[in-house]
Design a protein around this ligand. Structure first.
Ligand SMILES: NC(=O)C1=CN([C@@H]2O[C@H](COP(=O)(O)OP(=O)(O)OC[C@H]3O[C@@H](n4cnc5c(N)ncnc54)[C@H](OP(=O)(O)O)[C@@H]3O)[C@@H](O)[C@H]2O)C=CC1
Ligand SMILES: O=C(O)C1=N[C@H](C(=O)O)C[C@H](O)C1
Length: 255
């Protein structure tokens, strides 16, 4: 069965990759692609239409699923329109505040919604092992360093926030410290978080666990944005058969 895909943020770094990944698969068809500004032109042969027409496109072109990599404000609008139309929604957008997450959750009552801050399979593996490392090394200092390109809006990254949840759920920590400056000795139990922004770095996450005259470093490095796009398209194909509800990338990988 062909999964009919709508793409938002189509001329962005990720939108272009999603179109390339979806058009390269025989089981997918990109039925529309929208961008805020500028619309017009094509990406991999797919016409880029104005985002203002999203609501009519999501009804008229009958997509199975929309893949969204935009910003938290637009993702909240897009998911609401998808819920109204009964179209599934896969989003990799990061930087949501509580209101943004609520918009996704409300929509998930009426349609299938999948949010993942990182669609790389290696990051899902990292999420799975980091808790185990923390449990095995009680009392060790934990620091997280994430590095991204210089145009990234949100910090720390969505992936870093997900890893932090996993770290905190598996150890006894006192709080988060974002960077350090001046007289700033490390407090017992704090988790240090450092966001680097430079050049066109695709995305790196490293967790450092140190103590007892030893250190463990768990690192994921994405070498190409195609890895995120491939995961998002896998998620889109998977979600086509799901009922309304809230899903994450672990659900896709576990099947
Ligand atoms: N989950 C994952 O695996 C990954 C997640 N991401 C996340 O995806 C998101 C996009 O990243 P990236 O592609 O690098 O960003 P870009 O800035 O390159 O692209 C974003 C696109 O979304 C559009 N957009 C932004 N805001 C709005 C809005 N309010 N209304 C309509 N369209 C909008 C932009 O349009 P315009 O050109 O007009 O601004 C642009 O086309 C980020 O949140 C990022 O963190 C990124 C990589 C992997
Ligand atoms: O903005 C990016 O580029 C990325 N964002 C995601 C995040 O915030 O975790 C995932 C990836 O690291 C690339």
């Amino acid at each position: 069965m062909t999964t009919r895909i709508g793409v938002t943020g189509a001329t962005g770094r990720m939108g272009r990759e999603v179109i390339a990944a979806a058009t390269g698969r025989e089981d997918c068809e990109v039925v529309f692609a929208v961008n805020r500004e500028p619309a017009g032109g094509t990406v991999d042969g797919v016409e880029i239409e104005p985002a203002a027409e999203f609501e009519s496109l999501v009804t008229d072109r009958e997509p199975t699923v929309v893949i969204d990599f935009t910003g938290p404000e637009s993702a909240a609008d897009y998911v609401a329109a998808c819920a109204d139309a009964g179209v599934a929604f896969v989003t990799g957008t990061t930087g949501f505040d509580d209101e943004g997450y609520e918009a996704l959750e409300v929509a998930s009552e009426d349609t299938a919604v999948l949010h993942a801050p990182n669609f790389a399979r290696g990051v899902q593996a990292l999420v799975n092992v980091v808790g185990e490392a923390v449990r095995n090394l009680p009392g060790y200092d934990v620091e997280l360093v994430e590095t991204h390109h210089n145009a990234k809006r949100d910090a720390p990254s969505g992936t870093a926030n997900r890893l932090l949840e996993e770290i905190e759920a598996n150890g006894d920590f006192g709080g988060r410290t974002h960077g350090r400056e001046g007289e700033a000795p490390r407090e017992t139990g704090e988790i240090g978080i450092h966001a680097l922004r430079a050049g066109d770095i695709t995305g790196e996450h490293e967790i450092v666990l140190a103590g007892n005259h030893e250190e463990v470093r768990l690192t994921h490095r994405a070498e190409d944005r195609g890895v995120f796009a491939a995961g998002a398209v896998d998620a889109a194909v998977w979600i086509a058969g799901q009922k309304a509800g809230w899903y994450d990338f672990a659900d896709v990988i576990s099947e």
